[in-house]
Design a protein around this ligand. Sequence first.
Ligand code: MD5
Ligand code: FE
Length: 203
Amino acid sequence: AVESLEEGATILRGWALADAESLIHAVQQGLMQSALRQMSTPGGKTMSVAMSNFGSWGWVSDRQGYRYVSKDPENAEPWPEIPAIILNLAQAASKKAGFAGFTPDACLVNVYVPGARMSLHQDKDEQDMDAPIVSISLGLPATFLFGGAQRRDKVKRIFVEHGDVLVWGGPARLRYHGVAPIKPGEHPLVGARRINLTLRKAH
Ligand code: MD5
Ligand code: FE
């Protein structure tokens, strides 16, 4: 089922379901090379979400700020390649949502345990704001917070679950957004976690 949320924002419910086991396997393989870690914010807090990256560019946060880097600071090696199964799914989803020719060079892996959350923010560390962002949800469900162009704007709550794919582009690309604290639970394939794969064109 394809739902349009707002101009530029599309939910493809269950779009990743058929590939879920292969996606999870590919994520686990990549994480053996670049392990999950809890990054610090520039303000010195530890993020509740554990992260890693695949692709030519990986998003990192530390006391110096937010940026994309080509090597994993933990092992000084390039990030693992974006697994083909993830890349193909993201390209098919973006095309379905009306963004042909999406060539992501960054895949952020976000892993949420119950209680983990992501506060309201904009994604503005990428150079190409014309490219959409594709987000693949696996494991425990979440309440996605979809705001406006300004932090104070009213926020819509969107329930996202295992297999859902969201495409954010055009006027939705710079909306404020976040994730409410994950509720306790156990997912049969993933355990007590939510995995979110976020594909972007960073450069
Ligand atoms: C997540 N991750 O569920 C989300 C999925 C992040 C992040 O927010 O920065 O890692 S990406 C959601 C997104 C991206 C760009 C625009 C909008 C939402 N939006 O307009 O709401 O872990
Ligand atoms: Fe974001």
